[in-house]
Design a protein around this ligand. Sequence first.
Ligand code: NCD
Length: 247
Amino acid sequence: MLATAARMEKLKPAAKAKILQHKIIASLFFEPSTRTRLSFEAAIQALGAHVIGFSDENVTSLKKGESFSDTIRMVCNYADAIVIRHPEAGSAQRAAVVATVPVINAGDGAHAHPTQTVLDLFAIQQGIGRLDDFTILMIGDIEHSRVAHSLSETLHQFNNVTQRLIDPRQDSYTPYLKEADVVLVTRVQDERFENKTEAEKLRQSYTLSVDDVKQMKPEAKIIAPLPRTSELPTTIDTLPQAYYFQQ
Ligand code: NCD
């Protein structure tokens, strides 16, 4: 996939536009999104397909009591594939069970975010030049981060990757900054906390400062799925390690 992605990056727009010509792709977003939805929809259009869908379930017949599985079944009559984001873990799997077209999981609750992992792997490969023999430090709301879950699971398929996952409420990440080749920083997933005081406690426990970043290797890269809140201050954006916007 990564080799194909690198090849496709170099294709001319006209060649790209043939890949999904005459296809219709459904983009079903039951949960807020900026990057994932817009990057999927931009990709669908760049590849020559048409996109249908919604970014707010309140404008659909789910509001009239239609079930999730009926919604998915219906969409299969209109589209050649479905991209789905949903707040419940396992929802993409539930869609796939009733769907007659391929279903792509664009994030299901705190469970998984496989296409973000493709992007993370691509960014790591481009950023540090390899996907084996490196150390990654993941800082943030690891428990609720589907991004961390999917990436961590996938990195086991590569050789000699050391993973350190830090919940900054419990442990300091600063001693590990020096050895990291990649630092993934995730925000507090407020929407997945029942106890808002805990969310606030976590938020107060980490902000990657300019001094933190200066401890990192000059060639190391900071990646992040975004959105960012307080954990990645704008003061570090111009440092050479900041890679999240390029990503
Ligand atoms: C992430 C998500 O939605 O899981 N964002 C993304 O897809 N790029 C991370 C987040 O919301 O914090």
